[in-house]
Design a protein around this ligand. Structure first.
Ligand code: ZN
Length: 306
């Protein structure tokens, strides 16, 4: 079962930085709510165990469809259902189609001038777009479990950004209008999938070059001694990847801003300065319940570093 996505840190960072790529008509509104957009960037991951049908929204196991799946899969949901059945699509993940569905919902939210919905869908959409940029979200070998590389998921998307992202360049330029959001979602998946071979093969090469005790180290996290990929191994991996994590994060930031902007344009560019300024009591209650579900409900711990 998939239980990962960009670490919480990267998701929050991506949503937050996307705000600054917005045009003048939007940036004030998003800045006002930047705390919401940042903190709730991880809600879709928190919902995975409480909400039926949530998990497949975060990935697509392209290899399950055989060779050159990237080119053979129908781009649009209905033809894909007709070709493979909905059960099959749900089993192997639906992230590119779900991004397009969320884009539609965000456009509707802007048309309705519904603050609760605009913020909720903006934040969720940012999450799914970021997930689609992660190479290991495009394969059934999502944690290296099929190639004896267990733990690589958290290594790539949590450990590396946490260690090195202070040196990444996150200035991505302004949001761009997206003519075809569904095809753009597939472009993200394609760019992630093309990077997958390096993600796996570089780790394998370095594992051969490093002694086991040099590959891993121990760090104190939440008062627990935790095994992590050593700094030395992480540096060597990051160097071999040659900016790949940074590129995918930048792609995510730029694309999140562009999707928000596109939804707003498609809704007729409503004046965001005249929207309600605070969430409704119902929405605050819903957020509170969702938080409680996560804290008390069953959920598997992330498998980082195992
Ligand atoms: Zn996710």
């Amino acid at each position: 079962m998939h239980s990962y996505s960009w670490g919480f840190y990267a998701h929050q960072r991506i949503n937050r930085l996307a705000v600054f790529a917005l045009p003048p008509e939007m940036v004030g509104f998003y800045k006002k709510h930047i705390r919401y957009i940042t903190e709730n960037a991880v809600n879709p991951d928190k919902r995975r165990y409480a909400v039926e049908g949530e998990a497949p929204r975060h990935y697509i196991d392209l290899d399950e469809y055989g060779d050159s799946a990237l080119y053979k899969l129908p781009r649009y949901w209905q033809p894909a259902v007709e070709k493979f059945t909905e059960d099959t699509l749900m089993a192997f993940g639906i992230v590119p189609w779900h991004i397009n569905f969320m884009k539609y919902q965000l456009t509707q939210a802007f048309k309705e001038r519904n603050l609760d919905k605009i913020l909720r869908v903006s934040s969720d959409l940012g999450h799914y777009i970021a997930d689609a940029c992660v190479p290991l979200h495009t394969t059934s070998n999502y944690n290296g479990q099929l190639t004896d590389q267990r733990g690589i998921h958290g290594f790539w998307e949590s450990r590396l950004p946490e260690l090195f992202s202070d040196n990444y360049d996150f200035f991505v330029g302004p949001a761009q209008y997206i003519t075809n959001p569904q095809l753009r979602a597939w472009d993200l998946v394609a760019s992630a999938h093309i990077a997958l071979d390096s993600v796996l093969s570089f780790e394998r090469q370095l594992t051969i070059a490093f002694d086991e005790e040099k590959k891993y180290g121990f760090e104190l996290r939440n008062n627990l001694t935790t095994r992590v990929y050593s700094r030395e191994f992480s540096e060597a991996y990051s160097k071999k990847l040659n900016g790949q994590v940074e590129r995918q994060m930048r792609l995510a930031i730029q694309t999140v801003a562009s999707f928000w902007y596109t939804a707003w344009v498609d809704a007729g560019q409503p004046n965001l300065g005249t929207l309600a300024t605070s969430l409704t009591p119902e929405e605050l209650h819903r957020l509170e319940m969702e938080k409680k579900d996560y804290e008390t409900g069953p959920h598997k711990p992330r498998e980082e570093g195992n």
